[in-house]
Design a protein around this ligand. Structure first.
Ligand SMILES: Nc1ncnc2c1ncn2[C@@H]1O[C@H](COP(=O)(O)OP(=O)(O)OP(=O)(O)O)[C@@H](O)[C@H]1O
Ligand SMILES: [Mg+2]
Length: 244
């Protein structure tokens, strides 16, 4: 292609592809099948909401999509690269460069300030400190948390920590954003703001997967997928109102 922009009508590139992915914990009678033969493509520009009851495999799906966990069956590709064949160091590099992750329990580092937490993935990827600091400032501003830059996680409210964790996922313009209940600790006003930010990143070309329990937030998505007992089920069959 001569132009970086796809021709009108050209399907957007698949950023993450799960093909018949399964994840089993343990063996034999005590084995837990967290995910069973799940296939899902998320394209650039797309925001997909993942819904389903507690224990249905939502976090497992996100962890596999981002290469934080490896499937026990099936294949995961990010930007056309099969994760199964990658050495650990290459997988870590691909994750740092391409994947922004908002963890269900946030995982901010307590001994680092908000700005330092947001800078960290960029510094690990070799970006110079001054530039990483500037990127962190911009990401914190994007989530309305620029005033928290010098605070430590224990000095912030749950919702403030949430914003900082989201800034850390946004920094560096990563192509795949995975957000596990990013609205967990916030009221609906802030929740809508967070979904609006993720939506904006999708519009800018990222592929976004968001786990949520709330139909309200799923309405921001292009598509809703529903997990039940580790399997993808049709969202209509699951009784969900279709998004938008
Ligand atoms: N390390 C593990 N060992 C054994 N079982 C596990 C492990 N991790 C997850 N599971 C099981 O896999 C299933 C799916 O877990 P997962 O965390 O993906 O659910 P979830 O949909 O994200 O739930 P929630 O909404 O409560 O966050 C659950 O039955 C869980 O107990
Ligand atoms: Mg979960």
């Amino acid at each position: 292609m001569t132009s970086p922009d796809p021709e009108p009508g050209t399907p957007a590139a698949v950023v993450v592809r799960l093909a018949e992915v399964g994840r089993r914990h343990g063996d034999g009678a005590g084995a837990v099948h967290a995910l069973k033969g799940v296939s899902l493509d998320v394209a650039a520009g797309e925001l997909v909401a993942v819904m389903g009851p507690s224990g249905s495999g939502k976090s497992t799906l996100l962890n596999l999509a981002g290469g934080l966990d490896r499937p026990t069956s099936g294949d995961v590709e990010v930007e056309g690269v099969a994760l199964a064949g990658l050495p650990a160091a290459d997988l870590a590099a691909l994750r740092r460069r391409n994947v922004g992750y908002v963890f269900q329990d946030l995982n901010l580092i307590p001994s680092l300030t908000a700005a330092e937490n947001v800078m960290l993935p960029r510094e690990l990827d070799g970006v110079r400190t001054a530039r990483a600091r500037e990127e962190a400032r911009a990401a914190l501003e994007e989530v309305g948390a620029d005033d928290l830059a010098d605070r430590f996680p224990e000095e912030m409210s749950g919702g403030q920590r949430q914003r900082v964790a989201i800034a850390r996922a946004l920094v560096g313009e990563r192509r795949l954003l995975l957000a596990d209940e990013p609205t967990g600790a916030v009221d609906t006003l802030v929740g809508d703001e967070i979904l609006g930010i993720l939506r904006g990143r999708a519009e800018a070309g990222a592929a976004v997967l968001v786990v949520t329990h709330e139909p309200r937030y799923a309405a921001w998505a292009d598509r809703v997928v529903f997990l039940k007992d580790g399997r993808l089920v049709d969202s209509a069959a699951a009784g969900l109102v279709s998004a938008r």
